[in-house]
Structures are given as structure tokens and as C-alpha cells.
Design a protein around this ligand. Structure first.
Ligand code: FEO
Length: 391
């Protein structure tokens, strides 16, 4: 248990056992499920935790309020990593009132069969819990349709749900000013790009809605509580949700026998010669795609290359293209290269994909039939120059 400010306490838990978040995304540093307890006249819990951690969660709650009851459970987000303990909370606190918007309460019933003693709130509604007044802001699709944020108007604390969250368990400290946030920063970008990345437009709407609010503390559902880094965190969310990339290039390639990799290396070398300092190379068959996607959200340039495989794209590249498309990434400068033995398809397939993505495509795709030749390397060099010129 950690007191964040006055009557507001952190009662979340850390998960260092799960390998894959959502059964998809690696968790090298674990993950936290954050929950907050306001010990006001009406004791109010904000979100719950993954049900596997309920005993520890309950212990954290008891450390704050002992055997006293909880009056309200505010649900900002219904994904089960946060809502999973709703039924158990209600079992231990049978008189608790579940607070959520209309969509939330439908989901509370759908997931957990809980439909009594609920309080529906609309956008802008307030709830007075004693010294604190909570105001609710509906922020649909950040990350689910029911997502909302709760603002404590007394302490200027925003309980933001998934927004501004990141992977990484909390190692002792809870608040950013008390820890080294270095690895959380990369994990925030990876979290955003993989979990929330598709919803740039809803994130922009949420940022606009929150724009006039004086926020001194952001309490999200994952990762550190933000205080001194609030301007940077909000700016990063703004950048990512606008799909703006810094000057740099991600080269993602698949290579079966080294030819495509040699082309990737040649492109990288020329980019460096052109003064591009941020160059990230990923072998799509070796690097977990969550890291590739995070870098694609970082940088403006995107060079993709692979062999033709069964007249299609190399399978891991095909998968990556679908992952980029499903996040509706925008505003990238892109170029393609491919290898083949008798029937090349990479350039054609990549260009077809780009008809949907509408990235700025520079240079004709460079194709290499069988072995690498000086002409292929020269074409790679020209491709790199064309990309560098557009960054
Ligand atoms: Fe952490 Fe969308 O749940």
C-alpha cells in the first residue's frame, strides 16, 4: 500500500509470472495492474485487478481500511485484467455500488452477471464522496468502447484507465519521481503501439477533452503513477496518436539464406552515410513483432524486404504487414526490397499493400534474383538515398 496524496492510496498488484500479455505480447519486466482506493467519507475503489491476484489485492485494501466497507467501485475499463475481480469484490463487499457508464454496466452484466446496485454515470457527471468530488469523462475506444476516465477535482488526479499506461511491474516505488523510469519509457511506447495503437483518433479526442483540466497526477491502470513526467507522457501520447515519427528508419526484413539480409545491410549502411542516425534493423523471424511495431511508431521511415515464398510474401513479413495495417499506421515514408529464385512477388505484393496504407512510397522496389550482384547493391544504395531524402 502506498499513499499517493491525502486520502488516495495505491492498492494495485504486480504480475511477474505471465509470459504474454493478452496471450500475445512478451512481458520481460512483468506488468502491474493498478487500482486505487480513496478513503473518504464514502470509501471508493477505482478499478480492480486480474483475478489471479485477488488475495494480494484484498490484503492491500485491508491495509488501508481494515474491516470497514467500500461504498463505491468505479470501473473505468472492463478488460478483465482490470475488471476480473469485480465479482469477488462484491462477494467481500456486498453493499458496494458499481459505478460506470451505460456501456460499462452492460459489460459488467455480460462478463460477470452483476446487474444490481449499480450507478450509471454520463459524460461530465460528478460523484461526491465526501471531501473529494469525482468527475467522469467518457473516452470511448481508449481502449474499449466503454472506457472512461475519472478525475478527482480536489487533488487534481486523473484516473486514466489504460491511457498513459505501460508494461513493467513496479519495483518498490509507485510514483515516477521516486524511480528510474528509463525502461518504462520504451515499454510505454511498446504498450501503446501494440494495445492502443489502432485508436489514434479516439486518443486525440480524449486528449482534446482533457485539454483544459489541471492534472497534477496521472494514475493509469499499468505502470508508474505519473507526476513530474506528465508533460512528456502526454506529449508522447499526442505524437503517437497523430502517427508522427521521428527522423529515423526501421528496416524490417526476412531472410532465408542471407541475400535479403545483405540487401538490408547495404540499405542501412547508405542511410547511415546519408546522416540518418536512428536506424533500427529487425529480422522479422527473430524479433518479437511487438518490438518492431513499437519502433515503427517511433520512426518515420519504414523499409521492408523479404524473399518470395510459395509465390507469396515470406510468412513472418506477411504477418507484420497485417499487424501494421490493423493499427492503421499513417504518415510513413516507405520502400521495399525482395529476393526470389524464379518468380519474384515481393515488390508487387508490397505495393498492393501500400495502396491501402497510403504511405509515401519512394523508389521502385529493388528485386534480387538469386545471387547478389553489384547492380542489386547499387539499387539498394539508391533506395536508401531516396528514403533519406524524404525524412
Ligand atoms: Fe489493461 Fe485494456 O486493459
Amino acid at each position: 500500500m502506498t499513499i499517493l496524496k491525502g486520502k488516495v492510496n495505491y492498492v494495485g498488484v504486480n504480475d511477474r509470472t505471465k509470459d504474454l500479455f493478452e496471450s500475445l505480447w512478451p512481458l520481460p519486466y512483468g506488468v502491474s495492474y493498478n487500482s486505487y482506493l480513496i478513503d473518504d467519507d464514502k470509501v471508493t475503489l477505482i478499478d480492480t485487478v486480474d483475478v489471479s491476484f485477488f488475495p494480494k489485492f484484498l490484503k492491500n485494501i485491508h491495509e488501508v481500511i481494515g474491516d470497514r466497507p467500500i461504498d463505491y467501485l468505479v470501473i473505468n475499463h472492463m478488460e478483465p485484467d482490470h475488471s476480473g475481480s469485480i465479482s469477488l469484490i462484491r462477494k467481500y463487499y456486498p453493499n458496494i455500488t458499481i459505478v460506470g457508464n451505460k456501456k460499462t454496466l452492460e459489460m459488467v452484466n455480460g462478463f460477470y452477471g452483476e446487474h444490481t446496485q449499480t450507478l450509471a454515470v454520463s459524460d461530465g457527471a460528478e460523484l461526491n464522496i465526501g471531501h473529494h468530488k469525482l468527475r467522469f469523462y467518457l473516452t470511448p475506444m481508449v481502449h474499449w468502447p466503454e472506457t472512461m476516465m475519472t478525475f478527482d477535482e480536489n487533488d487534481h488526479i486523473l484516473f486514466s484507465g489504460d491511457a498513459f499506461g505501460c508494461f513493467g511491474a513496479l519495483n518498490g516505488a509507485v510514483v515516477d519521481k521516486d524511480m528510474n523510469i528509463e525502461h518504462y519509457w520504451g515499454e510505454m511506447i511498446r504498450y501503446y503501439s501494440n494495445i492502443v495503437g489502432k485508436y489514434g483518433s479516439p486518443v486525440q479526442k480524449a486528449l482534446a477533452k482533457l485539454g483544459g483540466i489541471d492534472i497534477e497526477m496521472i494514475c493509469s491502470t499499468h505502470g508508474p503513477v505519473w507526476t513530474e513526467y506528465i508533460p512528456q507522457v502526454v506529449a508522447e501520447y499526442n505524437r503517437m496518436s497523430l502517427y508522427e515519427g521521428a527522423r529515423g528508419v526501421v528496416i524490417a526484413y526476412g531472410s532465408m539464406y542471407g541475400h535479403a539480409e545483405e540487401m538490408a545491410e547495404a540499405i542501412a549502411a547508405e542511410l547511415a552515410a546519408q546522416g540518418v542516425k536512428n536506424i533500427v534493423m529487425h529480422n522479422v523471424a527473430r524479433t518479437d513483432h511487438s518490438y518492431i511495431l513499437a519502433d515503427i511508431f517511433r520512426y518515420k521511415g519504414l523499409v521492408l524486404g523479404c524473399p518470395t515464398y510459395n509465390t507469396q510474401l515470406f510468412p513472418e513479413m506477411d504477418k507484420l504487414l497485417k499487424e501494421i495495417a490493423s493499427r492503421e499506421v499513417k504518415n510513413r515514408v516507405t520502400a521495399y526490397f525482395g529476393t526470389f529464385s524464379w518468380a519474384g512477388q515481393v515488390g508487387k505484393k508490397m505495393c498492393e499493400w501500400n495502396e491501402k496504407m497510403k504511405f509515401t512510397e519512394v523508389c521502385t522496389p529493388v528485386e534480387c534474383k538469386q545471387g547478389i550482384t553489384p547492380e542489386v547493391l547499387e539499387n539498394c544504395s539508391q533506395l536508401a538515398k531516396a528514403v533519406a531524402a524524404q525524412l
